[in-house]
Write a protein that binds this ligand. Structure first.
Ligand SMILES: NC(=O)c1ccc[n+]([C@@H]2O[C@H](COP(=O)([O-])OP(=O)(O)OC[C@H]3O[C@@H](n4cnc5c(N)ncnc54)[C@H](OP(=O)(O)O)[C@@H]3O)[C@@H](O)[C@H]2O)c1
Length: 298
């Protein structure tokens, strides 16, 4: 049994992870800025990185810190103010943690710092893996680069640090799938463009299982991609969803309409990425949902 702190653990990924880790008898503490959740639930502890507030005693005897903090990139139009929020919600908590660890001489054995496969940018031809050189090619890749650069500042305060580059996490109840499902009530699923672009994804179950495995293994990789071994094209993705939600048709909308509705954030709906995970292969991780078909069936 380990003591695990999940900073930013009140969101979609943190909630599932907390359930999984508690079921494995770990002691889980969630750091959240939400005072009412913290009052209701004894394993949620209030902190506020912007206001520099935390009780440092929360870190006593902590074995693993998982930092998932970051405002949701699919919420709100990407105005310059929103872009600033997306960046600051990721780097301010890291800088605050570094500051607290330094001031109180805290050392955590293992830190898993969230990042995203957005760091690879849009990849029109090649597939990428953890050894691929990354550079700033658009807003998402630049955001992730700055996020990871801040993440590495945690290294002096832990024995092992892993930057966990997460793919699009599919969950039947929340996130991207839930948003798509909301149009299925109208007997169609809305989709954009020709659908040739590829989506690199992972199921919520595999995400939680892999994090659990990273907690247990003796040595964690410096960087790890969390993606299923089979990426999918958007056209296949939408077709499979059409069958899954039992809707009669797909409503294919022109790209210009998507750009008009979502602005720059439209890239999230057709970001072309073929991401592989060499390190998951090396860990010999057996996926519960290796393909989209498996995920929708089980
Ligand atoms: N879901 C995906 O498909 C996916 C894919 C790739 C990467 N990721 C990354 O994984 C992380 C977790 O994703 P998620 O889907 O669980 O996100 P989520 O549901 O939006 O939850 C994000 C969490 O971050 C915390 N947070 C937000 N703004 C913050 C701020 N300014 N300061 C401190 N904490 C803040 C929130 O905690 P409180 O409000 O309780 O403080 C919340 O629990 C995010 O960093 C996300 O970018 C997710």
């Amino acid at each position: 049994m380990a003591k695990i702190i999940i900073a930013g653990g009140s969101g979609m990924l943190g909630k599932e992870l907390r359930k999984k880790l508690v079921s494995e008898n770990h002691e889980v503490v969630i750091l959240s800025r939400n005072k009412s959740i913290c009052k209701q639930s004894s394993d949620h502890i209030y902190w506020n990185p912007e206001k520099q507030w935390i009780d440092p005693n929360v870190f006593v005897s902590t074995d693993v810190l998982i930092n998932l903090c970051g405002s949701n990139i699919s919420q709100g139009r990407w105005t310059s103010q929103r872009k600033k929020e997306l960046l600051e919600s990721r780097i301010i908590p890291i800088h605050f943690l570094v500051d607290v660890f330094k001031r109180h001489q805290i050392r955590i054995p293992k830190i898993l710092q969230a990042s995203a496969i957005g760091i690879y940018g849009r990849q029109d031809i090649e597939s990428v893996d953890e050894s691929t050189r990354v550079s700033s090619t658009d807003f998402l890749s630049n955001l992730c680069l700055q996020w990871e650069k801040s993440g590495t500042l945690l290294r002096p305060y832990c024995d092992q640090l892993s930057l966990v580059r997460i793919g699009v996490v599919l969950d039947k109840q929340e996130g991207m799938l839930a948003k798509i499902a909301s149009t299925s009530g109208f007997k169609f699923i809305a989709c954009f463009g020709k659908g040739r672009e590829t989506l690199s994804w992972i199921s919520g179950t595999d995400f939680c299982n892999i994090v659990s495995k990273l907690i247990d293994v003796v040595e964690i990789p410096n960087i790890i991609n969390l993606v299923s071994p089979h990426w999918t094209t958007y056209s296949s993705f939408y077709l499979q969803l059409k069958h899954f939600f039992k809707v009669p048709f797909l409503l294919r909308l022109p790209e210009f309409l998507g750009k008009w509705i979502f602005g720059e954030m439209f890239v999230l709906l057709n970001y072309n990425q073929k991401v592989k995970s060499k390190n998951l292969t090396n860990m010999n991780y057996q996926f519960i949902h290796p393909s989209l078909e498996d995920f929708l069936k089980k």
